[in-house]
Write a protein that binds this ligand. Structure first.
Ligand SMILES: [Zn+2]
Length: 389
């Protein structure tokens, strides 16, 4: 099957180009510029399937730890399945989930073609220290452990074992909490010692998968870098020293701007100031220093962080880095960040994961919004086509 139009191959724009897809292999045969100016291009732009490198399938309308841990797995799965369809409909052909109860099995179902869903690179359970933010302390430790989407582990060997438990279940990335969040309302405490974090990253790397860490605050980012993680998630309070080391180590920065754009009703001056700096300075510092920035929303599927609207991250990133680098952050750079060389670019031999949108997203990145995504193809198979409607 041949597609023609304006093509963004993940790195460059081709104003008039053709792409040949081999449906039997599900791969791209070639993308090449064409001189034929008589062709009707319909004003479409083809892009690699979008990738969100930081999501969760929490499957509840609310953003509440209690709901996340107490809702039955069946209901979580059904709601998350709806979210998966919304993501695919919005042009996301791959997502990475960083800690929840159901995405690992949903990923297995997607792999064998059972469900309509983006490809899911799942962390399985997240790793956290005992007593962290998401450890529900109104329960006894035993009950909390039973209900949680995290493995609570302390000491390098327990941490290694938690990684191995995830690997046993089929996790394809490891996620650790290198700090708490704003839940406590006060100063952010880092989680895990560097020794523990190093054990986690090393165990992931021994299995040839990536390790990534949630890091709020200077110290947590420093620990994440020193422990040789592959990326920093959130990364609030980024410093000059951090970015120099990150460039040197080839680490990725996932600023998750979308989650900080959500209006919160409670008052927390400390949080608000930290977020303001994050939105205005952290990403600017990362970008100007040459740190690779990947798009991840941290959306959980709640009413105020709805799956399907994940294109917003590219819009927010574009406000700092411009449209071209924002489009890379949600395609080719995202693929590099999750360690998948077979996706994220429209080139010979890559998986035929691509979308078409009306208009030119270089002029307006918000053209990636779901209503404007008219074609979604994953593995060479058409998942959405509203072109003739
Ligand atoms: Zn998250």
């Amino acid at each position: 099957m041949r597609y023609s139009g304006r093509i963004f191959d993940g790195e460059h724009f081709h104003e008039k180009a053709e792409m040949e897809v081999n449906e039997s292999t599900g791969e791209i045969e070639y993308v090449e510029e064409t001189k034929n100016s008589d062709k009707d291009y319909d004003g479409l732009t083809f892009l690699p399937g979008l990738i969100d490198v930081h999501t969760h399938f929490f499957g509840t309308p609310t953003r509440s730890l209690m709901d996340w841990i107490l809702t039955s797995d069946v209901l979580l799965t059904l709601r998350s399945y709806q979210d998966a369809q919304k993501l695919l409909n919005g042009g996301f052909t791959t997502i990475r989930t960083l800690g929840d109860k159901v995405s690992l099995d949903m990923g297995k179902a997607e792999k064998i073609g059972m469900i309509k869903s983006p490809r899911i690179i799942s962390a399985g359970f997240s790793l956290a220290e005992t007593g962290g933010d998401d450890d529900p302390k109104m329960f006894t430790p035993e009950v909390a452990r039973e209900l949680s989407y995290s493995y609570y582990c302390d000491g390098p060997w327990e941490c290694r074992k938690a990684v191995r438990m995830n690997l046993r279940k089929g996790a394809e990335v490891i996620k650790a909490y290198a700090s708490r969040s704003f839940v406590g309302g006060g100063l952010i405490k880092e989680e895990f010692t560097v020794e523990e974090l190093s054990a986690i990253a090393d165990e992931a790397h021994r299995a040839h998968i990536k390790a990534t860490a949630h890091a709020y605050g200077k110290d947590a980012i420093t620990n994440t870098i020193d422990a040789n993680f592959d990326s920093v998630e959130h990364g609030l309070e980024l410093t000059e020293d951090h970015v120099n080391k990150m460039v040197h180590k080839g680490m990725y920065y996932v600023p998750t701007l979308s989650v900080y754009k959500v209006k919160r009703t409670d008052v927390n001056h400390y949080r608000d100031a930290m977020i303001k700096t994050h939105l205005e300075k952290d990403i600017q510092l990362a970008y100007s220093s040459g740190v690779k920035i990947a798009a991840g929303t941290d959306y959980v599927g709640s009413d105020d962080e709805p799956h399907g609207q994940n294109y917003r991250e590219a819009v927010y990133i574009s406000e700092v880095v411009g449209p071209l680098d924002a489009l890379k952050s949600i395609t080719s750079v995202a693929a590099d960040c999750v360690g998948r060389s077979d996706i994220g670019r429209l080139m010979r031999g890559k998986k035929a994961d691509f979308i078409a949108v009306r208009g030119d997203p270089m002029q307006d990145v918000s053209l990636l919004r779901p209503e404007n995504v008219v074609l979604v193809v994953k593995n060479g198979k058409v998942e959405k086509n509203t072109l003739n409607h």
